[in-house]
Design a protein around this ligand. Structure first.
Ligand code: SF4
Length: 188
């Protein structure tokens, strides 16, 4: 049998539970009845990533009938070894919260209403605003007459969930446009 870290924890956890139940006089039949009620029984395990910081802890989502019914830290992830902080531990309620925003929302300037838009519409809108801002503010020379080819009016903030290659491409794209104010969420 291939003993993985996760299999070992499952096996030893079951052993501990059996000893404890025996010691307090529970029958194996009642233990089996209880196991049938476990909400993760029959669920599919999907490894996902906590989106909240650069540690990128993996967690296991138990999915049943298309719905996440439980989440827990992934002991197989070497960085956190199954541990989650308070934010990661609250993942289940965040996934299933009925106030969770599932679509792109746009609020026009001076409006008090949010409108639902497609991702395509949002990308076009951002591209259009970047172009307008760059056309208006791009500086070829500074006050001393030196060539700078820069724009101070656009700031780019990267995400800790981006990998090296994505960051390299994004950094190059920003510098190509003359953006010099660049930072990263993991450093803030
Ligand atoms: S569980 Fe906490 S430490 Fe891990 S990625 Fe999420 S926010 Fe960061």
């Amino acid at each position: 049998m291939n003993i993985t870290r996760r299999n070992f924890i499952k096996a030893t956890g079951l052993g501990a539970a059996t000893i404890t139940l025996g010691n307090i006089g529970c029958s194996s039949a009642s233990a089996q009845g209880y196991s049938k009620q476990l909400k993760i029984k029959g669920a599919r395990e999907v490894i996902s990533i906590c989106p909240y910081c650069s540690v990128c802890c993996h967690f296991i989502a138990h999915v049943k009938d298309g719905k996440v019914v439980s989440t827990e830290g992934d002991p197989g992830y070497p960085v956190s070894q199954g541990a989650l902080c308070a934010k990661g531990s609250a993942m289940l309620s965040q996934i299933n919260d009925n106030k969770r925003v599932l679509n792109c929302l746009y609020r026009a300037p001076f409006s008090d209403k949010w409108e639902e838009k497609s991702y395509g519409w949002m990308v076009d809108r951002v591209a259009q605003k970047i172009k307008e801002t760059r056309d208006k503010h791009f500086k070829e020379k500074n006050e001393a007459g030196q060539t700078v080819n820069r724009i101070d009016e656009i700031f780019h903030l990267g995400s800790s969930q981006m990998d090296n290659e994505e960051l390299a491409v994004t950094g190059q794209a920003m510098r190509t446009m003359g953006v010099v104010h660049i930072d990263h969420q993991a450093r803030v």
